[in-house]
Each structure stands twice: as structure tokens, then as C-alpha cells.
Design a protein. Structure first.
Length: 160
């Protein structure tokens, strides 16, 4: 897998904290706490958190919601030069979305051993058939991102 040099770790952490705040909003609604922001030229242009339960929409993952938001802001279905910050390693649906929307870079927090396709269950972005290459940086605030998820599921188990 390609591992580019970190462009600006402090910027990566700042935007990941924004994604974590969105994850908390989702958790407050009973959704799995995953948050995402899209950034262009240092400005957030899209925001989202997981909301498939409340929207009755299996595609309403944080990345999908944030990409839809950014596409409306830019009035373009392509998002070149944009970085996606997401608290959890993307799944196959979201990885496909990332390629189709031409996102330049993905920065994620925690790995997703069950369904993540960046490093955990496969290396989707390294597939030769893809017509767009995505730069990837994993593990940014990974411990914090993972703790949010662990705490959410711990509380859910306690409620029974």
C-alpha cells in the first residue's frame, strides 16, 4: 500500500477532531459514531456522520453524507484536490464513492477489522483497475477514534 508523507500532522489532527465532533452528534442520536469532513484549501466544505438508522438509508455512512454535502457546496460531482477526514477506515461502499468522486486524499483514524478495505480486509485503493489514485494516511488520532466506538458499543451492551 502507498503511504505518502504526512502533509501537515497538526492540520490532519485538527480536521480529525472536527470529524470526532460529528461522530459524537451521531452517537447522541443512537447511530454508530463515525464522523467525516471534506476539506479543500484548508476549509471544510462537507460534513457528515453516520445516520442510516435515522434516515432509513443504508448508504448514509458518514463519508457518503459528507461527500453529498461537499458536492452540493461545490456544485460538482467530482471533488479533485479534496481531502476526506473520517474517524474509521472506509468500507467498500465508501471506498468506491471516494474513487468515483475523485477525492485526492483520505485520512482516517481507527482501523475497521471487520469491514475496512484500506488495510484491514483488503487494499482497495491499490487495485490496478481503478481509474483514479487516492493518497491514504491512516492512524490519525486512532486511539481517540477507537475509544469513541468502543465506548458506544460498551454502553449499548450495558443497555441490553
Amino acid at each position: 500500500m502507498r503511504t505518502p508523507q504526512i502533509i501537515d500532522r497538526s492540520q490532519d489532527e485538527r480536521f480529525m477532531r472536527e470529524a470526532l465532533a460529528l461522530a459524537a452528534q451521531g452517537a447522541a442520536l443512537g447511530e454508530v459514531p463515525v464522523g467525516a469532513v471534506l476539506v479543500q484549501d484548508g476549509q471544510i466544505i462537507g460534513r457528515g456522520f453516520n445516520c442510516p438508522i435515522s434516515r432509513h438509508d443504508p448508504s448514509a455512512h458518514a463519508e457518503m453524507v459528507a461527500v453529498r454535502d461537499a458536492a452540493q457546496v461545490l456544485q460538482n460531482y467530482r471533488l479533485p484536490g479534496v481531502t476526506l477526514y473520517v474517524t474509521l477506515e472506509p468500507c467498500s461502499m465508501c471506498a468506491g464513492l471516494i474513487v468515483h468522486s475523485r477525492i485526492q486524499r483520505v485520512v482516517y483514524g481507527a482501523t475497521e477489522p471487520k469491514a475496512g478495505v484500506v488495510v484491514s480486509r483488503g487494499q482497495f485503493f491499490d487495485q490496478g483497475f481503478l481509474n483514479h489514485r487516492v493518497l491514504v494516511e491512516g492512524g490519525v488520532l486512532a486511539e481517540e477514534c477507537g475509544m469513541v466506538l468502543s465506548e458506544f458499543f460498551r454502553q449499548r451492551r450495558q443497555k441490553g
